[in-house]
Design a protein around this ligand. Structure first.
Ligand code: APR
Length: 167
């Protein structure tokens, strides 16, 4: 099942929230910074033990002070014009995060709009990739519940329009 919510991903009280991290996994700004502030210093301490995360892959940690039980960290691609495999790398972020959640036996997971902030990925293209990738995964794993957590109004409007069309 897919749902769409406008708000702050740190308020999500399901099994896991996905962090739009960077390759170091050592924190940053945007949603990464917000998640680390809400989870507390133990999150960074666990991240230090992971040895980073290649772009398009995902890593699991506890959620600590967050309402969500786990954080799935994924490093999205930096937008470089669209000819550097960015689309496939972004799809991989969603696919690998879902696969990791499924392997861990998690059911409810919330995604921010990965790469569409600092990393500059065009929001409409990113939304189409996210929705297509999630729908493909849910065909094989219908028991999972995926929430798109849109923080900004632009992303929310894009997702609302795309989700209304069964494309
Ligand atoms: N909850 C949900 N979404 C949020 C929140 C929040 N609290 N704060 C920001 N966002 C949204 C932004 O509106 C944007 O659409 O997350 C999306 C991703 O933006 P960024 O956080 O800038 O992430 P990204 O573009 O993937 O860049 C990652 O930024 O913070 C650093 O360490 C991070 O280097 C990494 C880079």
């Amino acid at each position: 099942m897919i749902s769409l919510t406008r708000g702050n991903i740190v308020d999500f009280a399901g099994d896991a929230i996905v962090n739009a991290a960077n390759n170091s996994l050592l924190g940053g700004g945007g949603v990464d910074g917000t998640i680390h502030r809400a989870a507390g210093p133990e999150l960074l301490a666990e991240c230090r033990t992971l040895g980073g995360c290649p772009t398009g892959q995902a890593r699991l940690t506890q959620g600590y002070s967050l309402p969500a039980r786990y954080v799935i960290h994924t490093a999205g691609p930096v937008w470089e014009g669209g000819n550097h495999g960015e689309e496939e790398l972004l799809a991989s972020c969603y696919r690998e995060s879902l696969a990791l959640a499924e392997r861990q036996g998690l059911r409810s997971i919330a995604f921010p709009n990965i790469s569409t902030g600092v990393y500059g990925f065009p929001k409409a293209a990113a939304a189409r990739i996210a929705i297509r990738t999630v729908r493909e995964f849910l065909e094989l794993h219908p028991e999972m519940e995926v929430s798109f957590l849109c923080f900004d109004a632009e992303n929310y409007a894009i997702y609302r329009n795309l989700l209304a069309r069964r494309l």
